[in-house]
Design a binder for this molecule. Structure first.
Ligand code: MN
Length: 216
């Protein structure tokens, strides 16, 4: 059985970015439900003993949606932090090379996150084929893993991610999100992605988030 991952911080720690109520619903109800659905849907199928990466890359329909949403949320929680963090020199260089500056990256990332229509996710990814950074939007449960891109940073722009604290003001949520990015985590993800390519996704799923590796 897969288990709901632990949060890497206290649910009371995010100030006016995310309230404890948001964590109670977004993490405690929505994320938990994706985990429960995933466990129910793999029962008696070829995926019963598969790891999460295999399920995401080989399934479709409801099983894909729930498996991908488990991964997307696991990753999202790691991308935010109550603490101030720093980018590695390598990540800074890559952002400057691709986007010109951190400010230009912020403007583009938040613009794409703001304009994503409906429910979905906005990602910074590394394309292992050319080792370049890219910003991509995905709708609903879709995840860059199926496009062979390595996630480095994500923001959840489903309304359930921000409605309790920011009502309909997605841009206000996104501004606060940017100030709570865990750059240490993103820098580590970047370093792994450069070294290991797609394998760094499996490392994240099976080693970094141990709850995803608890099989019956
Ligand atoms: Mn969500």
């Amino acid at each position: 059985m897969f288990e709901l991952r632990k949060l890497p911080y206290d649910k009371n720690s995010m100030g006016d970015f995310l309230s404890p109520t948001t964590f109670e619903y977004h993490y405690g109800k929505h994320h938990q439900t994706y985990v429960n659905n995933l466990n129910n849907l793999i029962k008696g199928t070829e995926f019963e003993n598969a790891d999460l990466y295999e399920i995401i890359t080989k399934s479709n329909g409801g099983l894909f949606n729930n498996a991908a949403q488990v991964y997307n949320h696991d990753f999202y929680w790691d991308c935010i932090t109550p603490k101030a963090t720093n980018r590695s020199a390598d990540l800074d260089s890559a952002i400057n090379a691709e986007f010109g500056s951190l400010d230009a990256f912020k403007e583009k990332f938040l613009s794409l996150a703001t304009t994503l229509f409906g429910s979905g996710w906005c990602w910074l990814v590394l394309d292992p084929a050319n080792k370049k950074l890219e910003i991509i939007q995905t709708s609903n449960a879709a995840t860059p893993i199926t496009q062979n891109k390595v996630p480095l940073l994500v923001v959840d722009v489903w309304e359930h991610a921000y409605y309790v604290d920011h009502k309909n003001a997605r841009p206000a949520y996104l501004e606060k999100f940017f100030n709570h990015i865990n750059w240490e985590f993103v820098s580590e993800a970047y370093s792994y992605a450069i070294k290991e390519g797609i394998n760094s996704i499996k490392h994240y799923i099976n080693v970094y988030v141990p709850e995803m590796n608890k099989r019956a």
